[in-house]
Design a protein around this ligand. Sequence first.
Ligand code: HSE
Length: 424
Amino acid sequence: MKKVGIALLGLGVVGSGTYRILEKNKEYIKNHYGVEIEVMHILEKDTTKAEALGIDKSIVSVDINNVINNPNISIVAEFFGGIEPARSFLIASLRAGKSVVTSNKEMLAKCWQELDAAAREGKAGLYFEASCVGGVPIIRTLQESMQGNNILSIMGIVNGTTNYILSNMADKGLEYSDVLREAQRLGYAEANPSADVDGFDSMYKLSILSTLAFHKRIPLDKIYREGISKISKKDIEIGKELGYTLKLLAIGKLADGKIEARVHPAFIQNTHPLATVKGSFNAVMIAGDNVGDIMLYGRGAGDLPTGSAIVSDIVFCARQTEHILPVFATPRDTDFSDDFDSKYYIRMSVADKSGVLSKITGVFGKYDVSIATMQQRQSGDDPAVASVIFFSHENREKNVMRAISEIKSLNEVKEVDAVIRVVD
Ligand code: HSE
């Protein structure tokens, strides 16, 4: 029986979940996968966490050298999150020939090339199934199951916190700030929610997923990012009335040889498969030129779901005789699109008098923005102000933004209240 020694860096929620799965499934892994995994060291300053799991104190320390200098440890699983010290510890481990398993999407998205170089130097493996969409096996699907396809697009709900907030705004008719407070109270959202609600977490995941999908490195500065903090319950309600659900989407596309990558809120029709993904669940659709559409769905966070992906990586890694690191085109050799086509929902508050609509549509026409439907409603209590809602056909994003900027400067336009992309 092959014996494999591992170290866990950090024993927080996911580190503890991983330890519990490794203990519970020890015999199962031995019997079905032919490897015996032994946790030989844990880096954690809070020893009560190790005590709670019944771990012997003698294998717990805060010194990475206890991992790097132990020849019996061949896999290092990291749970710190953030860039440092995770980056330095993992680079040193890889150079020392120890394979790395990580769920650290921020570090991977920002430092992947450095980690890759260290892994090649140490002939070690770099595994990161848990970095995107928690327990859902999206990474291995992209790496091991799509060889018969050119991937044309990847689109998903990859952040559970924002999906929980948007689902609750829709289901309970609440404003963003009220749901966020409730999500923080229940532990679904962090005290500082920016990484989730401003779309950073989704952007890191999209960078990783689209790099794998398109075999080209997609750096963060090539990804358009917009979060959900300006979404109002009014737009969610109007969307609902018209058959749309609002989601924070991560989208990567290959069109005409160019890559487009973006994270933003979007209306999707209620019949769209992603519209059924509620609460803190995640889902990703991949379109391959031969397989067509596939969709993966499940829990994107949590101790056992994320631990499940980490354990899958540990076992996969333990069974390799040689670690294969994928090769990607560099950003310099890749064409990125600096504009994209989309449909739009645009709501504005305008003076309710003759000639106003023709001024607004004149600006849309000037920028080649084609409108599909228009609806006027009463806006609040002031009878002199109307709420006008446009749905556009597919237009170039930059043209729409130029038109909106000019429309905002019209005297008759009190406010452009919302501009939300609509995705088919
Ligand atoms: N904060 C993430 C989410 C989970 O809300 O989905 C870890 O990526």
